[in-house]
Design a protein around this ligand. Structure first.
Ligand SMILES: [Zn+2]
Length: 263
């Protein structure tokens, strides 16, 4: 029986030493800035190295602005956004915005960056059709799925052997972290300074956001998103993530072993 007022089950923080190097992989400039960048600010403040990989430059994102100008504008704004939260490096791949295609070429390009940067955690967005914020966008679904597969590709010597010819040895990241998943396993407390820096990182996309009718002010939006997520951790502001630990056996394997020993 649960008692009135008993504390709800809370989403735990990551262990302090869970990872020291994170690569965030997203489709467009601004994708990291809807909450996740506050977690990035919390990590970089603790000395964790964070880099970004953008699969496109978001050149199809502004109706009133031709792609060539938008590409330059959004690249510039993304670099400022990354700087606001202490990101060490930003890589752009120049796949086409709006028509991003899942395929071996995209997986190879992401795997190449993973092998070069050698993160112990790769942070991606949800690849599901429906995610925490509603219906997911096509490029976001492609980016999430391609990045998930590229994490495994990067660790397999015999997949994309041409990367070996480029001097890129296999690299197995330990963690896959997924933002926007409705089944979070861990949270990052971003109350205080990380939240402020996260707000500044979305504000860095000022010219782009000005072209979106009715977009709420970044301060209001990021404060609200992280306040909602904070409830699950019991802190004022948080970012929730679903974490897959590739070094741990999948739960079904443990269950199967238990079943075998009691059979
Ligand atoms: Zn996007």
């Amino acid at each position: 029986m649960s008692l009135p007022g008993a504390a709800a089950v809370r989403v735990p923080p990551f262990p302090d030493d869970a990872f020291s190097r994170v690569l965030c992989v997203v489709a467009h400039p601004d994708d990291v800035e809807y909450g996740t960048s506050s977690a990035v600010a919390a990590w970089t403040a603790r000395g964790i190295d964070v880099s970004y990989l953008l699969l496109s430059r978001g050149e199809a994102g502004m109706d009133a602005c031709p792609p060539d100008r938008t590409r330059e504008l959004r690249t510039r704004e993304q670099l400022r956004a990354a700087e606001a939260v202490g990101v060490s490096e930003v890589v752009f791949l120049d796949h086409p915005d709006g028509v991003l295609e899942y395929g071996l070429g995209l997986r190879r390009d992401i795997a190449r960056v993973i092998r070069g940067s050698r993160p112990d955690a790769v942070l991606i967005g949800s690849w599901d059709v429906e995610f925490a914020a509603g219906l997911n966008q096509a490029d976001h679904r492609v980016a999430g799925l391609a990045a998930l597969d590229a994490v495994r590709d990067a660790g397999n010597r015999w997949v994309f052997p041409e990367l070996l010819d480029e001097g890129l040895e296999p690299h197995a990241a330990r963690w896959l972290l997924v933002g926007g998943d409705p089944r979070p396993t861990h949270g990052v407390d971003v109350s205080g300074e990380p939240l402020e820096r996260g707000i500044a990182s979305l504000e860095a996309h000022g010219e782009y956001l000005a072209g979106i009718p009715g977009h709420p002010p970044p301060r209001l939006m990021i404060t609200g998103i992280t306040a909602l997520q904070g409830r699950a951790m019991g802190v004022p502001h948080a970012v929730l993530l679903r974490a897959f630990d590739f070094s741990a056996p999948p739960p079904i394997a443990l269950e199967a072993m238990a079943a075998a020993s009691s059979a």
